[in-house]
Write a protein that binds this ligand. Structure first.
Ligand code: SF4
Ligand code: SF4
Ligand code: FES
Length: 201
């Protein structure tokens, strides 16, 4: 059964069970995402994809919120823009801003979205981790000060490769992606398939 909703003034029909993100994209809206990957289980953790349903108290993460019949959605309202700016600034607060020497320069979502929303610096005091950089093998270098904790690598490792070599360790500011006991990849179940790198942004 199809349902009808209005997105940025455009009425569309989608099958029941469709997530708002897909409905918004069907309506032509350009919704930014970090943790979402169509080939992986939903995490709903970064909240970059928030949109504003009319009459609702809160913004909702569109990638994990099913579309409902009669919804009226705004995808770039002032509240949505402000929420996305805060998310970007929180990320920048612990991100090493060495874009000019970064290999991902020019193909980085964080960079793209900061440009799109005019975010050049962070209001939030933070410090980069300066954790160790794992360069113990020729295939994968891990630089924690570049990670935005989207967990796509963890899900790819588990769901695509089935290796479960990496996971989120600790919570809050100290949260980071690591092997068991924070060891080197070479000492973990990692098979160096490269799936984690493919999904890293
Ligand atoms: S390279 Fe290692 S850590 Fe990365 S997805 Fe493959 S098995 Fe997992
Ligand atoms: S290493 Fe990359 S894919 Fe993994 S959480 Fe960090 S930014 Fe996301
Ligand atoms: S992309 Fe929707 S919560 Fe991360």
């Amino acid at each position: 059964m199809d349902i009808k909703l209005t997105i940025d003034g455009k009425e569309i029909e989608v099958p029941q069970g469709t997530m708002l993100l897909d409905a918004c994209r069907k309506a032509g809206a350009d919704i930014p995402t970090f943790c979402y990957d169509p080939d992986l289980k939903l995490a709903g953790s970064c909240r970059m994809c928030v949109v504003q349903p009319k009459g609702w108290r809160n913004l909702v993460a569109s990638c994990v919120t099913p579309a409902q019949n009669g919804m009226v959605i705004e995808t770039e309202s002032p509240d949505v823009i402000e929420a996305r700016k805060v998310i970007l600034e929180l990320m920048l607060a612990r991100h090493k801003l060495t874009c000019h020497t970064c290999e991902k320069d020019g193909e980085c979502r964080l960079q793209d979205y900061c440009y799109r929303y005019g975010v050049t610096e962070s209001r939030f005091a933070g410090k980069v981790h300066n954790l160790f950089k794992d360069e113990s093998n020729p295939f994968i270098e891990r630089d924690y000060d570049k990670c935005i904790m989207c967990t796509r690598c963890v899900r790819a490792c588990e769901e695509i490769t089935g290796a479960r070599a990496i996971n989120v360790m600790e919570r809050g500011y100290h949260a980071h992606i690591a092997t068991a006991f924070d060891g080197e990849l070479a000492d973990s179940p990692c098979v160096f398939c490269g799936q984690c790198i493919m999904v890293c942004q």
